[in-house]
Write a protein that binds this ligand. Structure first.
Ligand code: ADP
Ligand code: NA
Length: 329
């Protein structure tokens, strides 16, 4: 059976983009794949995290997986730092990956900002740890949003170079799984930036914990232009904010942008936004409610994380034995 690995960073502010681009899709995959879903807390500390908040956010990621419908009896839910293979294999991959490869990563440039000299070494090496996350399980498929495609490409390069350098066929060349429309949800304040946990503006994102009134207010304030919705997709060109709201509607309704425009073409945003709000409350609201319910019982979530870590660790053992043998450890 093919194996899936995916992760979400426990950095707080879990949002609709994380849900539509990643977590929602984790559920259906359980039917056809062996699934490993991680709260990647070691990635989170590549930028400063308050320790107590990190612990709570790690639980929150697990609770979000569970609330979305991931079944902990079949799938594995765990925290990255509880399985030593991630750090061990990441070091080996640091010695495989080339500086030139990492220099090309656009996310590092975005996250490090202007003061690059002051970014952590961990932020720079992030893709190497991500490769270890996936390959410690010899995962074959990784469901990711558009934003992670470049990092996954690097995972493939690392696997290939490891196999070539050591003359083995140890690591699989992983395939991305990218889902439907709106896998890239943009900021509600700026259609050129993706919706993100780290955006300083709360109005840029709809989070798992937002109630109906908050969702309504954020969508009411969402930036748009003054024109009505077009009747077809070509009309969305050069209208990133309009395209984003239509994309979000299509993803929530599990239809296409064209279907949404066929229904709402000609409508003003003052008409469309309340309808989008209702849909978001109907489809996304219950997931947030369930996540909050789970967060009220941290012992339950922690027990699932603990059992998941033990199962994950077991899967990494034969892989790490093989890797160490090949490397000469
Ligand atoms: P963030 O970028 O918000 O910090 P992560 O890096 O933890 O989130 O990403 C977790 C998952 O959510 C990844 O699979 C990523 O592709 C997906 N994701 C993150 N932001 C978005 C977005 N705006 N639209 C769609 N998917 C997203
Ligand atoms: Na990301």
């Amino acid at each position: 059976m093919s194996r899936i690995f995916s992760g979400v960073q426990p950095t707080g502010n879990l949002h609709l983009g994380n849900y539509l681009g990643a977590i929602r899709n984790f559920v259906g995959l359980q039917e056809n794949y062996e699934c490993i879903y991680c709260a990647v807390d070691m990635h989170a500390i590549t930028v400063w995290q308050d320790p107590a908040a990190l612990r709570s956010n790690t639980r929150e990621v697990a609770a979000a997986y569970l609330a979305a419908g991931v079944d902990p009896k079949t799938s594995i839910i765990f925290a990255q730092s509880n399985v030593p293979a991630h750090a061990e294999l990441a070091w080996i991959f640091n010695c495989i990956a080339r500086l030139g490869w990492l220099n090309r990563m656009t996310q590092f440039k975005e996250k490090a900002g202007k003061n690059r000299e002051n970014a952590s070494l961990g932020l720079y090496a992030y893709p190497s740890l991500m490769a270890a996350d996936i390959l410690a399980y010899k995962a074959t498929h990784v469901p990711v949003g558009e934003d992670q495609k470049q990092h996954l490409e690097l995972t493939r390069d690392i696997a290939q170079k490891f196999n070539n350098d050591y003359g083995v066929d140890l690591f699989p060349i992983v395939e991305p799984l990218i889902f439907g429309e709106a896998t890239r949800v943009m900021s509600l304040r700026d259609g050129s930036k993706k919706m993100s946990k780290s955006d300083p503006s709360d109005y840029s994102r709809i989070t798992f914990t937002d109630d109906r009134d908050t969702i309504a207010k954020k969508l009411r304030k969402a930036r748009t232009d003054a024109d009505p919705l077009p009747g077809s997709e070509e009309g969305l060109e050069n209208r990133p904010e309009a395209a984003n709201l239509v994309g979000i509607y299509a993803a929530l309704a599990e239809s296409s942008k064209q279907d949404v425009l066929t229904e709402f073409g000609g409508s003003q945003f003052s008409t469309f936004k309340p309808i989008l709000t209702e849909l978001a409350v109907e489809k996304f609201g219950p997931v947030g409610e369930e996540m909050k319910r789970l967060m009220a019982d941290p012992g339950h979530v922690d027990a699932i994380l603990k059992e998941g870590a033990a199962r994950a660790h077991k899967l990494t053992e034969p892989v790490m034995r093989e890797v160490k043998e090949v490397v000469g450890f």
